[in-house]
Design a binder for this molecule. Structure first.
Ligand SMILES: [Zn+2]
Length: 108
């Protein structure tokens, strides 16, 4: 089972695609697909047909499409770098993510 290092509400840095180099907030993680939706990143123009019976006006709406987790890196809140993430076991046995640049815990 792959270790998911990216969680909802994380800030992440985009490594590839048209939004390469940008950062955004994780809105949703699809664990089974190893993908995540990032606010304002990888937007597609979604065409909607008008449907007066359902009161849908139609038109073109921007919508974020999911990005594969391998194209994302977590941005550390402490050192503000997109860094490699390690795991540390807490005294109570829980696993916490650790920034490999500054060694700070990413999870409370
Ligand atoms: Zn850090």
């Amino acid at each position: 089972m792959p270790r998911v290092q990216i969680k909802k509400n994380d800030m992440v840095y985009v490594l590839s695609g048209k939004d390469r180099g940008k950062t955004g907030k994780v809105l949703k993680v699809f664990v089974d697909k190893n993908k995540a939706v990032i606010e304002g990143i990888n937007q597609i123009q979604k065409h909607t047909r008008p449907n007066p019976q359902k009161n849908i006006k139609g038109g073109i709406l921007p919508k974020e499409s999911p990005i594969h987790l391998s194209n994302l890196m977590v941005v550390c809140k402490r050192c503000n770098k997109h860094s490699r993430i390690g795991f540390s076991v807490m005294p109570d046995g829980r696993k916490a993510r650790v920034c490999k640049s500054c060694n700070e815990l990413l999870d409370e």
